[in-house]
Design a protein around this ligand. Sequence first.
Ligand SMILES: NC(=O)c1ccc[n+]([C@@H]2O[C@H](COP(=O)([O-])OP(=O)(O)OC[C@H]3O[C@@H](n4cnc5c(N)ncnc54)[C@H](OP(=O)(O)O)[C@@H]3O)[C@@H](O)[C@H]2O)c1
Length: 335
Amino acid sequence: MRAYQLTARTGVDALKAVDLPTPKPGRGQVLVKVSACALNYRDLAIATGRYRSPTRANVIPLSDGAGEVIEAGPDVRGVRAGDRVTGCFFQRWQGGEAGPDTQASALGGGVDGMLAEYVVLEEEGLVKTPGHLTDEEAATLPCAALTAWHALVEHGGLTPGKTILVQGTGGVSMFALQFARMAGATVIATSSSDAKLARALALGATHGINYRSTPDWDKAAVELTGGRGVDQVVEVGGPGTFARSLGAIRTGGKISLIGVLSGMAEINPGLILAKRASVQGISVGSTQMFEAMNRAISANGLKPVIDRVFPFARAADAYRHLESAAHFGKIVIAM
Ligand SMILES: NC(=O)c1ccc[n+]([C@@H]2O[C@H](COP(=O)([O-])OP(=O)(O)OC[C@H]3O[C@@H](n4cnc5c(N)ncnc54)[C@H](OP(=O)(O)O)[C@@H]3O)[C@@H](O)[C@H]2O)c1
């Protein structure tokens, strides 16, 4: 079968097209024919050696993909050949607390990922694909969408009337915008680009703030809420934006700590105390969270925002497009 492997951690050029034997499903596993994959910032971080968790040598990259079950191994009960399925970021985190082996089961990191014609997935590490989504759309869900869902619904207890601030217009943030709007919340979007802010407003954001031309975007957000502050920040910037996120939330507000796009800086715990803030680290989510999210996606007919679809043969160009940060929403690779 055709696949890609990351042969080094030196950048996108280390992505090599290879021909590998088609894997066989074991007990409790299924063989899936992949029809689409999606990229996340993590995939770039792994390719460039900036990812903190260990990744296997010559890993088949990408956590996100969707396709069709070709063969179910012994003891598989929940799916059968012909079912449309989407892989879960973690192959071993069905529900409840993540286990000690959950991190090592991350696709495209601890275990081989989705950038191949065929993959073997654990039965507990896949979900049925919502009927109204194409495989290209479903492929965008496992990492970015589930992280946004975990942050807003599981951590934030999203309810109508809340005000949510999303940082930038990448994959996680645009799903957070869509989920927040789906639940009747107000969204303040930030971006480095006015053109992207216009698209975020078209997608349902109420307000947009350019964090380049308005570096004190925290004060702008507080003003937009009549001085109260936002209920929750979906924090993808990390240490470089965290202090401003604390400035933007209301007293007792929440910060979902998801990404570290802005590099490293010191965090002052005194600010967390002063705001009586609740700060929660988010690590994607479990299979049960994914199933709950898909029910919400189906009930609301939500469609993921796809920036661009690249053919399999141009996978490296998809990575380069992600690296350019020119995208809005998700970047997909079609098989
Ligand atoms: N913890 C988890 O489970 C988890 C899961 C998914 C992602 N993440 C992390 O979350 C972050 C976002 O991931 P992603 O896949 O959504 O990335 P992405 O699609 O590549 O989004 C990148 C966008 O973030 C915005 N951005 C960059 N620097 C920023 C800053 N200093 N302040 C505000 N916005 C900034 C930019 O938007 P504009 O161009 O609009 O400015 C950029 O286009 C990454 O650090 C990733 O590793 C963590």
